[in-house]
Design a protein around this ligand. Structure first.
Ligand code: FES
Length: 915
């Protein structure tokens, strides 16, 4: 023992080790930094998320809460110890069931489940939920995790994983990146760090709105051995403004003397790791002067309110409008009209992986390895801020432990890039959970009003919608929300007379950005809850009312766009037997039960895939190397949704080559073409279409070379390309052929940009080339005395056009539903109060009821193999279906989500329905 450290002996995965460590070092940090076992993930450092779960003497513990000295002489088991050369039954079960999406939670879940299975090899669902209740997963909705654990030691049919050529689309091969995720080998943003890297501490504003002055930097550095630099906005060599939508780019990487929101970055301190970890940020010389601020859209719109940006009058960032027909005339001929208002809260993305990565200078290029959803956007924003040509910034995406929209915006990239450029040393940064929640984007809180009328047959005659969306201090995706909402606020229904306005309004609250749905989930809560009231006024069955109005092929949207491949009617029809059964069940239950009432709700969704009325290209390259590998440059970043596998399946079938021959190269901007950002449910459709085109082009190149027809079959045998047409077989030795600049003997690169048009002043045009559709039924019970809600079952029918990979599609649906449950019932980010995963609640494994998924396949004429996007759609109907079920059960009309027990109880009382 020396200098405050101890020599610690313990056993890890059956191997005795001895390490020097501080006795109070967290076991999680010890395992990751000293033992090199980065399979143990860190999500919160507070015991809230369970990502760091390990076994100590066979007991599950959160390694972030265990001091190193506690494990002296004891046995520690981590995810790396589960496989011993062969995947365990549990790991194989996780792969088979598609139980890992982004994979950041997977090690903690596997470890926890392994402890359960050691005691109980064939647990029940309730036993699995009980055992795994302390580990959060934000992607999967838990249902496949439950199945994987329950079935780990049960005999189930095993998919051989072998897929015949041209049969990949529609199959569910094990995800191509799956094994890395279930063995702990996946490298996330915090898992890699050059040994000579500096650590970076970001100083942030503690005030909603304040000016600041930074004191004597040199004296601060001199007083703190190991600190090598302090950097402020004055050190930024480029244009200190970034933003995802260039005309609105307004966010400084480091604030310039004035911070507009709590958590805004104002300065960077760089130093040796120990020095940064020991630093007391309170000693940083900075003087603050608080300024007046506004946090809500009402405050921000009050005449005379302090402007967040002086150049944006009335704190209005922008607004979108869609207008068609004459809504007032529509109301005049309505048999029934309903109107109402709805308010939603900030929602935190709560991915289990906080932002993390490092930057380094490689020759004349700045290389940034970090988690991201949008490598090329990161490159361009970082280059702009740092005054570099884009080609001198290389973004290498590391695995991303969930994003859901927030990792579309740059966060740490320009900050660590600045430190690396200024110091010449690599610079690493991992956001704390608090910094992640304070400084990154949220779902827009919305205040909405709407009025909808229908005739005696239940046909919608008119609708007016208005929504104010709190976009926070900087623009981020506010313009997208303002413009996407009016297009979608009608729902997937014929609405002949329509006016919808969406406003993005600045406040000094957290920045609101992209979050699965871009405002559409909020608007759908407004529209679908009014639909229930309208159906009730007309005395119509609520599902039937939706079917009367559902869009069909050849119908025009409120933007005047003619639609084809419309599957909403089929989704609702598929739900009809479930609806009738659930209503009958509820009726019979409620005859006997008065304190607990059962309710059934339904809601629909539609969602345009890709950017709204803007160019949105993806490029995919595929090549065959001289050694016989089919290399797919797959730049559609897989943040868990499965694009690595889905894009490869599409390309494989388009080319006629077997999926098993494919090797993936990721979205490294230095080696892979731009496949755009992973957002707006665009990757399966847009990058998938580019992959389909590239696969076909590669095939055509080979067929031309061999001078055979499209009926020929192509396969690979080692380094030999085998081409069969009828009885004729030709063997092409690849290693004898010349390679191109990328190292390929045959290759293709194709770009696809969906055909959209700009919207005119009234929002008329073709904003999206492809829409996806869906509808969900929720069955639940409401405790009439407590206002608590217990979900019983959710049935989800989604039109995916073509299910490229049904298991991954189901996983998307279940994960989206879980986030919809959070939106409806529990998630409310309160700035300054819920900046951790203890006070901010997301659904746990016990909060997600059984989900029955129905995949509807109405092919889209534009999509690859008919496929449509899915990722955002799946969250949209859940919350309104829950609210409709609560109203059906209890009479409670919720006007603010989340529908917490106190709000439900107040609404029950307002409805005069207390038992
Ligand atoms: Fe569980 Fe992503 S797979 S958090």
């Amino acid at each position: 023992m020396s200098g405050g450290s101890i020599s610690l002996s313990f056993e890890v995965n059956g191997r005795p080790i001895v390490v020097e460590t501080a006795p109070v070092q967290r076991l999680s940090a010890l395992l990751r930094d000293k033992v090199g076992l980065t399979g143990t993930k860190v999500g919160c450092d507070a015991g809230d998320c369970g990502a760091c779960s390990v076994l100590v003497d066979g007991e599950v513990v959160c390694a972030c809460l265990v001091p190193a000295s506690d494990v002296a002489g004891r046995r520690v088991s981590t995810v790396e110890g589960l496989s011993n050369g062969r995947l365990s039954a549990l790991q194989q079960s996780f792969l088979r069931h598609g139980a890992a999406q982004c994979g950041i939670c997977t090690p903690g879940l596997l470890i926890t489940a392994s402890a359960l299975l050691d005691e109980n090899p064939t647990p029940s669902e309730a036993e699995v939920q009980d055992a795994l209740g302390g580990v959060l997963c934000r992607c999967t909705g838990y249902r496949k995790i439950v199945q994987a654990v329950m079935n780990a030691n049960r005999p189930v049919a095993v998919d051989s994983g072998t897929i015949a050529p041209r049969a990949a689309v529609g199959a569910s091969p094990i995800r191509l990146d799956g094994e890395r995720k279930i063995t702990g080998r996946e490298i996330f943003g915090a898992d890699e760090r050059p040994p000579d890297a500096l650590s970076v501490l970001v100083m942030r504003s503690p005030f909603w709105h304040a000016t600041f002055e930074i004191g004597d930097r040199e004296a601060f550095i001199a007083a703190h051995p190991g600190i090598v630099g302090v950097f402020t906005a004055a050190d930024i060599p480029g244009e200190n403004r970034f933003g995802v939508i260039p005309p609105f780019a307004d966010q400084p990487a480091l604030a310039e003397g004035r911070a507009r929101f709590r958590g805004e970055a104002v300065a960077l301190i760089a130093g040796e790791r120990d020095a940064i970890e020991a630093l007391d940020p309170a000693r940083f010389p900075i003087a603050w002067t608080e300024l007046p601020y506004c946090l809500t859209t009402e405050e921000a719109r009050t005449p005379g309110a302090k402007l967040v940006h002086e150049e944006r009058p009335d704190n209005l960032l922008t607004q979108g409008l869609v207008e068609s027909g004459d809504p007032e005339a529509g109301f005049a001929r309505a048999e029934a009209i309903v109107e109402g208002s709805m308010e939603t809260s900030y929602v935190e993305h709560a991915y289990i992986e906080p932002e993390a990565g490092y930057a380094m200078v490689d020759g004349d290029t700045l290389v940034i390895k970090a988690c991201t959803q949008a490598p090329f956007m990161d490159r361009d924003d970082t280059a702009k801020v740092l005054g570099l040509p884009p080609e001198k910034v290389r973004i290498v995406p590391l695995a991303t432990g969930g994003g859901f929209g927030s990792k579309l915006d740059v966060s740490l990239q320009p900050l660590i890039g600045l430190v690396a450029l200024k110091t010449g040393r690599p610079a690493a940064l991992v956001y704390s959970r608090g910094d992640s929640m304070r400084s990154t984007t949220k779902r827009h809180p919305a205040r909405m009003q709407a009025r909808i009328g229908a005739d005696a047959e239940g046909r919608i005659t008119g609708m007016i919608f208005e929504g104010d969306f709190n976009t926070g201090a900087y623009a981020s995706w506010g313009p997208t929300v303002a413009n996407r909402v009016p297009v979608h606020a009608s729902g997937p229904y014929r609405t002949p007379n329509y006016r919808a306005v969406g406003r993005a309004i600045h406040t000094n609250g957290p920045i609101s950005g992209a979050f699965r749905g871009f405002g559409v989930p909020q608007a759908t809560i407004m529209q679908e809850t009014l639909y229930d009231r309208l159906a009730g006024k007309l005395g119509m069955d609520r599902l039937e009312f939706r079917l009367v109005n559902a869009l069909s092929d050849g119908d025009r949207t409120t933007c005047g766009q003619e639609l084809h491949g419309v599957g909403i009617r089929q989704c609702l029809e598929q739900l009809r037997p479930h609806w009738e059964r659930a209503l009958a069940d509820a009726e019979s239950f409620n005859k006997e039960s008065f304190k607990t009432r059962r309710g059934i709700g339904v809601a629909s969704c539609w969602y345009g895939c890709g950017n709204t009325a803007l160019p949105n290209p993806s490029t995919i390259r595929v090549g065959i190397s001289r050694d016989g590998a089919v290399v797919l440059h797959q730049g559609a970043v897989d943040i868990g949704q499965g694009s690595n596998t889905v894009i490869a399946q599409i390309c494989a079938d388009a080319s006629g080559l077997p999926l098993s021959a494919f090797t993936l190269l990721g979205g490294d901007t230095g080696i892979t073409p731009d496949a755009g950002k992973t957002s707006a449910s665009r990757q399966t459709f847009i990058s998938g279409k580019a992959a389909e085109k590239a696969g076909r082009a590669l095939r055509e190149t080979i067929l031309r070379f061999a001078n055979v027809s499209d009926a020929a079959e192509i396969s690979l045998e080692g380094t030999v390309l085998v081409i069969r047409e009828g009885q004729a077989v030709r063997h092409v030795a690849l290693d004898n052929l010349p390679a191109d600049a990328h190292g390929y003997v045959f290759s293709a690169e194709e770009t696809y940009d969906p055909p959209t048009t700009a919207l005119d002043g009234k929002g008329q045009g073709k904003p999206y080339a492809v829409y996806g559709y869906g509808a969900q039924i929720v069955e639940l019970e409401v405790d009439m005395r407590l206002g608590t809600v217990r979900l019983l079952k959710i049935t989800a029918a989604h039109d995916v056009g073509r299910a490229i990979n049904p298991i991954l599609a189901e996983g998307q649906i279940e994960g989206g539903i879980a986030q919809g449950i959070g939106l409806a019932l529990m998630e409310e980010y309160v700035p300054g109060r819920t900046e951790n995963l203890h006070d901010y609640l997301i659904p746990t494994i016990g909060d997600v009821p059984p989900i029955e998924t129905i995949l509807v396949e109405v092919p889209d004429p534009e999509g690859p193999f008919g496929a449509k996007g899915l990722g955002e759609h799946v969250l949209i109907p859940t919350a309104p279906a829950i609210l409709n079920a609560i109203r059906h059960a209890s009479g409670a009309e919720i006007q603010k989500v989340p529908a917490t027990p106190s709000r439900v109880l107040a609404a029950i009382q307002a409805a005069g329905r207390k038992p």
